[in-house]
Write a protein that binds this ligand. Structure first.
Ligand code: BGC
Length: 756
């Protein structure tokens, strides 16, 4: 087999774009000419004056004095046109050179109009919708003075113990890349000087989603080929889409913390990928290199700068030590000028150097924030993110005239609806499920009971409640809560139980080793099922859960993540059937924690298990089968779809040619429905062990009852490329299997051959 080596052309191209990126901007150069070393170092300093959510133990002090002294390049945690104008005025009128500030924020899933958590949004598989949510987030955030966003988070993860899976797009590099592009395009659009657009930050470079044991901030260790093929593509996609900045991660890579990793920040990011924006650390991640064992503050700050890090978030190691390092010859002034140039170029791209008050228009918040249209989009986005996991006896959708027992600790809750990392949102604006049910089904007879606490464990609740009460343990005993619920349940036609995780049971520093529904709620579910009434679970979580027990029960399950500001209305839309669910999982759900990592794209071993039957001396477990409980790409609908056999337009594929892989999909049920049609391939022989299955394309379609559609996917050798053992991006001739289906759990039914 001959390998096609494109690396020379690739490197040439990248080298060229790297050179082009070096073009100087006169306005920036003129400023640099005037700047002292201290003022250049000042530009590398990012502070937060407090008032926002601090994600570390430090909050910056004396911010105003430092801005006046030219010691601050940007701030975050400051919002509203007035406050931002004030901050800019301090910088522009009171510092020697009057350089405006970058105004950052974590706008993760919407600004004030909170959309579903990103993992939920990814389950829509709808790139236009995702882009639209980012666009609206940018419009709202910029109306409130923000010009720089710490999103998208594109960390691939196969470990649902890690709480931050809620912030990403799941386990797959291809889907994750498409979502990264959609978000960067939504935030930045094509002109960053426009006041409705903000600069995006792709984070966290890199591999933050693969911490050992799923424990947040933990070490990461991974082969280069796995990195390049399975974890790096979404960051690269964001860079290719023109993302303005990159944030480093807390973990180490090959034993070197990301914030001080020259291979990562310079060799890979700038030289290989051609990135020409600036790199910001994560919250005190430069200082944390001391704990990693990299030296003292002066050592780690010099190391970070020399590695290619331009801006230091909160830790002030750059501010307090870089001058000394220059004096001692450990860092050159040129290196500091380079970093300062990148920060100033970002300000230039945003139009701030021409008009520092571009994002301080006091008339905008009222016009642009939380408009009816934005809330409508939040409601739509939420309905599109829901995944129907099971529909026993078609309990769902529920009739709008039914007598409904609405039960559960999340059924009349407001504090958890926005989900994790919604610091700019306001939970008081969110619609509880009970209210949504009344809005959408005013004729239904709805009775509510809490039924259980999210957890009965007060110590656990305390840990979850760091940002305010998310888990409220009732004064009434668990037994009393249960009896109240059973009374209500027995008098109803149907039970809808809203259960799951509090919002802060996932997210940052919220790893779990037991990812089941908490026992207090499991007990409630068992008792509700025992009434013999039809039961639908509305399941909220930031992550995939182990619901093996619930999947065995005679009930229906609608996974709704944390749906955002329109939670209750969106849930009601789907529960009552006004919207047919069409979301598909973007992470596999495990049968138990011991199976983790379990993901669809695993590479094949030398002793693969042929079936779910246990076989001695094969790669399987004694106590659980290999397949996940719920596979990647899975999700049901109120209607049903049938797939024909998939076909390739030609048996052979050559470079510069295209074949069409197609299949016919038919809506065989009784309702209009959307379906995510997915194309998977398998490279049968290649120089690196291939993944068992690999998603290379998808399309979301809508079909009326009885309607059929031929769905076509053009495929070229570009779609078949991977990074080989020398990290060259190549395809290799030979046979490829394929199938087109509604989930990753399907068998190959066609083959084509790549010929030279
Ligand atoms: C998180 C980042 C976030 C930053 C600033 C950190 O703890 O890891 O994702 O952007 O805080 O709020």
């Amino acid at each position: 087999m001959r390998k096609i080596n494109l690396s020379v052309a690739f490197l040439f191209f990248m080298g060229l774009s790297y050179l082009q990126a070096q073009e100087r901007i006169p306005q920036v150069e003129a400023l640099l000419e005037k700047m002292t070393l201290e003022e250049k170092i000042g530009q590398l300093n990012l502070l937060t004056p407090g008032g926002g959510v601090a994600t570390g133990s430090v909050v910056s002090e004396d911010v105003e004095a430092k801005i006046k002294a030219g010691q601050v390049g940007g701030v975050f945690g400051v919002s509203s046109p007035e406050r931002v104008r004030q901050a800019q005025e301090i910088a522009v009128k009171n510092s020697r050179l009057g350089i405006p500030l970058l105004i950052g924020s974590d706008v993760i899933h919407g600004y004030k109009t909170t959309f579903p958590t990103p993992l939920g949004l990814s389950s829509s598989w709808d790139m236009e919708l995702i882009k639209e949510t980012a666009k609206v987030a940018a419009k709202e955030a910029t109306a409130d003075g923000i010009n720089w966003n710490f999103s998208p988070m594109v960390d691939i993860s196969r470990d649902p113990r890690w709480g931050r899976v809620a912030e990403g797009a799941g386990e797959d590099a291809y889907l994750g890349s498409q979502i990264a592009i959609a978000m960067v395009e939504g935030y930045q659009q094509d002109d960053l000087t426009q006041p409705q657009t903000m600069m995006a930050t792709v984070k966290h470079l890199a591999l933050y989603g693969a911490p050992e044991g799923g424990r947040d901030y933990n070490r990461v260790d991974m082969s280069r080929t796995k990195m390049f093929n399975e974890y790096l593509p979404p960051y690269k996609a964001a860079v290719d889409a023109g993302v303005g900045s990159v944030m480093t991660s807390f973990n180490d890579i090959d034993g070197v913390p990301a914030s001080g990793n020259k291979w990562l920040l310079t060799d890979l990011l700038r030289e290989r990928w051609g990135f020409d924006g600036f790199v910001v650390s994560d919250y005190t991640s430069v200082n944390e290199m001391i704990a990693h064992g990299m030296g003292d503050l002066q050592d780690v700050s010099a190391m970070a700068l020399k590695a290619g890090l331009d801006m230091d978030m909160v830790g002030e190691g750059f501010l307090t030590t870089l001058k000394k390092s220059v004096d001692e010859g450990r860092v050159s002034e040129e290196e500091i000028t380079t970093a300062a140039r990148r920060i100033l170029e970002a300000k230039h791209k945003l139009g701030l150097l021409d008009d520092p008050y571009r994002y301080s228009d006091a008339s905008r918040p009222e016009k642009d924030i939380l408009t009816a249209g934005n809330r409508q989009l939040a409601r739509l986005a939420a309905t599109q993110s829901f995944v129907l996991l099971k529909d026993h006896n078609q309990v769902l959708p529920v009739s709008k005239k039914a007598k409904i027992a609405l039960i559960g600790p999340l059924a009349d809750d407001q504090t958890n609806m926005l989900g994790t990392w919604a610091p700019t949102g306001d939970f008081k604006l969110s619609v509880p499920v009970l209210e949504g049910f009344k809005n959408v089904a005013p004729k239904a007879k709805i009775t509510y009971a809490k039924g259980a606490n999210i957890t009965n464990d007060t110590a656990y609740a305390k840990k979850v409640n760091v940002f305010g009460p998310k888990v409220e343990i009732s004064n009434r005993s668990p037994e009393k809560l249960l009896q109240e619920a059973l009374k209500v349940a027995k008098a109803a036609d149907v039970i809808v139980a809203v259960v799951g995780e509090a919002s802060e049971m996932s997210g940052e520093a919220a790893s779990r080793t037991n990812i089941q529904i908490p026992e207090s709620q499991k007990r409630l579910i068992r008792e509700l099922v025992a009434t013999g009434k039809p039961v639908a679970l509305v399941l909220m979580s930031g992550r995939p859960l182990d619901i093996s027990e619930e999947m065995e029960m005679p009930l229906s399950i609608l996974q709704v993540w944390h749906p955002g500001v329109e939670a209750g209305n969106a849930i009601a839309d789907v529960v009552f059937g006004d919207v047919n669910p069409s979301g598909k999982l973007t992470m596999s759900w495990p049968r138990n924690v011991g199976q983790i990592p379990v993901y669809y794209g695993e590479r094949i071993t030398g002793r693969p298990a042929a079936s779910e039957e246990f076989e001695k001396f094969k790669s399987n477990y004694l106590d659980v089968v290999n397949s996940p409980l719920l596979p990647f790409g899975y999700g049901l609908s109120y209607t049903s779809f049938e797939y024909g056999k998939s076909k390739a337009s030609s048996e052979n594929l050559r470079a510069n040619e295209e074949i069409i892989i197609s299949t016919t999909v038919t809506n065989t049920g009784k309702k209009v429905g959307k379906e995510v049609v997915q194309l998977y391939i398998h490279d049968k022989v290649r120089s690196l062990t291939p993944p068992k299955k690999q998603l290379i394309a998808f399309k979301k379609i809508e079909l009326k009852p009885g309607e059929s559609m031929t769905v076509e996917f053009p495929v070229t050798v570009e779609d078949l490329k991977f990074y080989n053992g020398s990290l060259e991006y190549v395809y290799e001739p030979g046979e490829f299997d394929f199938f087109v289906a509604g989930s990753s759990n399907s068998d190959f039914d066609g083959t084509f051959t790549v010929v030279e």
